[in-house]
Design a protein around this ligand. Structure first.
Ligand code: TRH
Length: 383
């Protein structure tokens, strides 16, 4: 196969920013690093614009960062076989337009069809990764492709130059302080323990703020606009709009604007502790090489608690403080027994060990290869 390969990636935004966050990252990497002609079909350009300001929300078709972006609306019509890409990816099992699937079946050389699944540390993933599934009616086979944390999965998304760029940034105090200063963050906040907070609305943020406020260590907490709105409003006694800052006791809370994806990385790189959520910010925190706490996306029947435990067991079984704090922060029943102040103080005491763990973990994750490269290698093996 040559580099003239074409690839179509279908993304439906279920909610928030992770769906498009992941698809955009993958699309860009396949185009820029692998020379693939990528078309990203996405149904919600407003959400896309929040993480990538270059998006024109009224455009049907546009080119951004080497990727053709198409607004996926009701494309219920027919497609010609030559409109179909060599590799077709549905993200999180979305139903791609029926006319497109029909056209896939009409191609002489059938496209490689992948279902890119969600990230979990559970063991069953290894058994399902790359499994085929035959179309019930058409001569097409779809394969499951799972990101993951082991060599028997697709690995994690990681751009080629990411870690070197992060190292340069973290090694340069001027780069860090000018980046933080550009976000309006004061010298005093920069000198404090810097924590970024990106969580779902049900996180127990008020009790965490209480613990920080009462503590001996100055904490500066940076919260994107719209996140933990009630807790921030209560803490500050003001509307939590970007630029708002309030200090009580040892804690300063600052509301940041929602920044483009590359700047969100820099924020994670600049902080001493990151609280992240969903899938993409969770992975980016791992690449930041700093301690992090994961606020997992909630699922029915508390399935997410199982996933959280599976990750913690893999990531850091030897540091109980992280598990205690994480289970409590995620509302896992039975974990509220420990006082929040105590949970925080214990976690704080473990930050140096968690920093070393972050570095070792990263080496292991890099050894699994990166998801875009692994996915492409698998697609090539099927042709
Ligand atoms: O936003 P999320 O909660 O997204 C998702 C979706 O809800 C999705 O349906 C679900 O399947 C998934 O979680 C598990 O969290 P996530 O995945 O961390 O995505 C956030 C994206 O937003 C990520 O690409 C980083 C980006 N981002 C910015 O670009 N700028 C910012 O300021 C912030 C805070 C985030």
């Amino acid at each position: 196969m040559t580099n003239s390969l074409t690839l179509a990636l279908f993304c439906k935004v279920i909610d928030n920013y992770g769906d498009i966050g992941i698809c955009w990252r993958l699309a860009r990497q396949l185009a820029v690093e692998h020379g693939i002609a990528v078309t990203l079909w996405v149904d919600d350009l407003q959400s896309f614009k929040r993480i990538c300001p270059a998006v024109e929300t009224l455009s049907e078709t546009q080119r951004i960062g080497g990727v053709e972006v198409r607004h996926w609306q009701d494309q219920n019509g027919t497609f010609a076989p030559d409109e179909v890409a060599d590799i077709v990816i549905e993200f999180f099992a979305v139903d791609i337009p029926p006319g497109y699937v029909e056209a896939m079946a009409q191609r002489a050389v059938k496209p490689v069809w992948l279902n890119l699944e969600g990230l979990t540390a559970e063991e069953w993933v290894e058994g399902c990764h790359t499994l085929p599934s035959m179309h019930p009616r058409l001569p097409l086979t779809k394969h499951f492709f799972f990101p993951g944390f082991t060599a028997k999965t697709g690995g994690l998304l990681r751009e080629a130059g990411l870690l070197a760029e992060r190292d340069r940034f973290q090694a340069g105090p001027v780069a860090v302080s000018s980046f933080l200063g550009g976000l309006g963050i004061s010298a005093a906040e920069q000198a404090a323990l810097k924590v970024s907070l990106f969580c779902y609305p049900f996180a127990p943020v008020t009790e965490l703020f209480d613990a920080w406020q009462q503590g001996a260590v100055p904490v500066a907490c940076f919260v994107p606009e719209g996140v933990a709105r009630d807790a921030v409003r209560t803490f500050a006694g003001a509307e939590p709009v970007a630029g708002m800052v309030a200090t009580r006791g040892a804690l300063t809370v600052r509301v940041l604007p929602f920044v483009p994806q590359p700047d969100y990385d820099r924020l994670l790189w600049a902080c001493d502790l990151n609280i992240v959520r969903g899938e993409d910010s969770f992975v980016r925190a791992q690449w930041a090489g700093r301690p992090f706490v994961w606020h997992i996306y909630p699922q029915d029947e508390d399935l997410h608690h199982k996933k959280l435990r599976a990750f913690l067991a893999r990531y850091c079984p030897e540091i109980a403080a992280l598990e205690n704090f994480s289970l409590r922060f995620n509302g896992v029943p039975g974990e509220e027994k420990q006082e929040s102040v105590q949970a925080w103080q214990t976690l704080f005491g473990e930050l140096p060990r968690l920093t070393s763990r972050a570095a070792n973990w990263q080496l292991a994750m890099v050894a699994n290869g990166d998801l875009a490269t692994n996915l492409l290698a698998f697609a090539r093996s099927l042709r």
